[in-house]
Design a protein around this ligand. Structure first.
Ligand code: PLP
Length: 270
């Protein structure tokens, strides 16, 4: 006789983000990451993109009401243990998402990936949305994960080296997130991918990983932020979650594969 015990539910993680029809970034990357890390992934879609390995051909933001109702449907019945935000497209959607997150228990961790421009240079956030991101969403962020382009858009600082990464992290902390992870992957001169995690409690930590000679890195930002949210939902503290997420995305980049004529996706099955 085999006695089966009732399965227990995994932690629940909600991504509030855009879709990528090519399956490499956005909510598709988020849900793959969540599956790989052993949490239950849920989504509130903010925008639909038509995109592939060569770029984003078009996108359509969804009505505010659609985002609000997806959020309420999920939160009111299933509940959430961590939230990740990605592409927010417009000032109205950015404000609406900040407002919705403001209704959650303040202990629920929120990872904000301030998605603004794709690797191909396609805009994913209207410039007029930066004020709402800075003033409404970042104060509620547990962790914000800008790359160097996003650092420049949010703070005006042009980061060219590690010293400047530290000043940028301090400038971002002033906006109210508990932790800032400045991603230095775009510092082309560095032999390593160097990120800096700084906390409002005064702690800081450099994270270094080998730079893989692989251009198939579509979806790395979404993947990293979702991995952080997943690990937080599983009970990690922020530095541990960020270390585990960096390891996950580094493995994903090493295994990133060609697809289409352009930049292929980070892998999730390595
Ligand atoms: N599409 C969506 C919906 C995204 O959220 C993002 C990035 O966050 C991208 C595309 C761009 O991905 P990448 O810059 O890795 O190519």
């Amino acid at each position: 006789l085999i006695v089966m015990s009732a399965p227990t539910a995994p932690p629940r993680v909600l991504t509030i983000a855009g879709s990528d029809s090519g399956g490499g970034a956005g909510i598709q990357a988020d849900l793959k990451t969540m599956l790989a890390l052993g949490v239950h992934g849920m989504s509130a879609l903010t925008a639909i993109t038509a995109q592939n390995s060569v770029g984003v051909q078009n996108f359509w933001p969804l009505p505010i009401e659609a985002v609000e109702q997806q959020f309420r449907s999920v939160v009111d019945d299933i509940g959430v243990d961590a939230v990740k935000t990605g592409m927010l497209a417009s000032p109205e959607l950015t404000s609406a998402v900040a407002r919705l997150i403001g209704t959650l228990d303040p202990r629920i961790p929120v990872v904000v990936d301030p998605v603004s421009v794709s690797k191909h240079g396609d805009p994913l956030l209207a410039p007029e949305a930066l004020d709402a991101l800075r003033d409404e969403l970042l104060p509620r962020a547990t962790v914000v994960t800008p790359n160097l382009d996003e650092v420049r858009l949010i703070t005006g600082l042009d980061v060219r080296g590690e010293d400047e990464m530290a000043s940028a992290a301090e400038a971002l902390l002033v906006l109210g997130p508990r932790w800032v992870l400045v991603k230095g992957g775009h510092l082309a001169a560095e032999p390593e991918s160097v990120d800096l995690l700084v906390g409002s409690d005064g702690t800081s930590e450099w994270l270094r990983a080998p730079r893989h000679d692989n251009r198939h890195t579509h979806g790395t930002g979404c993947t990293l932020a979702s991995a952080i949210a997943s690990r937080l939902a599983l009970g990690d503290d922020v530095p541990s979650a960020v270390r585990a997420a960096k390891e996950y995305v580094t493995g994903g980049i090493a295994a990133g594969f060609p697809l289409g004529a352009g930049i292929g996706p980070v892998d999730h099955g390595w």
